[in-house]
Ligand binder design. Structure first.
Ligand code: UDP
Length: 338
């Protein structure tokens, strides 16, 4: 099998490439702006990398869509701070550029596995979100946080419509706060634009305060990357065509945790880490209001728990890594990298 991964140097791209190299005889053709997360696969004969930009290197992309069996378009802005600061960039990249890829998958009749997002459910009040029945609840237009959710939702609908017409073999995946090594960089955390786990690890490393937005009572279901990749591999393999035409929540409901508890857990793990046990002082946990942390146009999501019944049934998959273990492994990887 030939797998095209656009955005191969991202968090998911780098992990799925590694797993494909380790567990299969498939070839990966990958494009990204950089290759700094690809140390473990660069140079392998079945891994072909080109440095490029989805908005520029269109011929390379079209040629490889034709050449490959399955396409994973993973390029997207997926950090809430950017939804507020540059909403048009989110729309252009996450929707417009990816729509072109989807249309080429239709044109050349290629299977596509597209990353939707748990964010599409927005402020849905269901106790756990179901792929096929839950409503999407978004805030008003001036709350620009929702442009990401909305861009992804519209592309989900476009993909679904092509599928219904019999013009596209697709699977939509909805990752729920995947965490692990190479999540985002500690550098972007300095500007507050990494996702929460990286943000907290950076605070611990640089002895800055850990900031709980609005007190941290909001919760997320953190999912370890290896569990997510296990599901994604089953989807790429698509035995019996069971993943075709489906949307899958890929998350770990057992790891649902408030942001406050997350901060306390990470602080404790850091304090017990052999390299830091004897540090002089540690980060304080402080509270900041969302308006001053993110800006006026932010709105938070208070609960986000996936139903994973469909993935259990159709993919015979379930997540295995508990939250403490997931946080320990993530923290260790960041500290080793430093
Ligand atoms: N958050 C926080 N402190 C931070 C960064 C994020 O309290 O330094 C909160 C944020 O308000 C949200 C949750 O953590 O409720 C998860 O944020 P993340 O950026 O990881 O993305 P999201 O899950 O909202 O897409």
């Amino acid at each position: 099998m030939k797998v095209l991964i656009i955005g191969v140097n991202g968090f998911i791209g780098s992990h799925i490439s590694q797993r494909i190299m380790e567990d299969t005889d498939w070839e990966v053709f990958g494009m990204d702006l950089r290759d700094d997360k690809l140390g473990h696969v660069l140079g392998k004969p079945r891994f072909h990398f080109v440095e490029g930009d989805i908005a520029i290197n269109k011929e390379w992309i079209e040629y490889h869509i034709k050449k490959c069996d399955v396409v994973l378009p993973l390029v997207a802005i997926a950090t809430p701070k950017t939804y507020i600061e540059d909403p048009l960039a989110v729309f252009q990249l996450d929707f417009e550029e990816n729509l072109k890829i989807i249309r080429q998958c239709v044109q050349y009749r290629k299977r596509v596995i597209f990353p939707s997002t748990s964010e599409v459910y927005g402020m849905c009040t269901d106790a756990c979100f179901d792929e096929d029945t839950s409503n999407f609840v978004l805030g008003p237009i001036k709350k620009q946080r929702w442009i990401y959710s909305c861009s992804k939702q519209l592309l989900d609908r476009v993909i679904w419509a092509y599928g219904e017409q019999g013009a596209l073999d697709f699977t939509l995946i909805r990752p729920f706060n995947w965490i692990g090594p190479r999540l985002d960089s500690l550098e972007t955390a300095k500007e507050g634009s990494s996702r929460v786990v990286t943000q907290f690890i950076a605070a611990l490393v640089y002895k800055e305060p850990i900031v709980l937005v609005d007190g941290g009572a909001q919760s997320r279901s953190f999912t370890y990357i290896d569990d997510g990749i296990n599901a994604l591999m089953r989807i790429i393999r698509n035995e019996g065509g069971k993943a075709s035409g489906q949307i899958f929540n890929l998350g770990n409901p057992a790891n649902n945790c408030t942001i406050k508890d997350l901060a306390e857990k990470l602080l404790k793990l850091f304090q017990n880490h052999p390299d830091h046990r004897n540090d002089e002082g540690f980060s304080k946990i402080i509270i900041q209001d969302a308006k001053s942390f993110y800006g006026e146009s932010y709105q938070d999501i208070y609960t986000r728990v996936p139903s994973i019944e469909k993935a259990k049934k159709l993919l015979a998959w379930e997540p295995r890594v508990g939250l403490d273990d997931a946080l320990q492994r993530t923290l260790n990887a960041f500290l080793e990298e430093l």
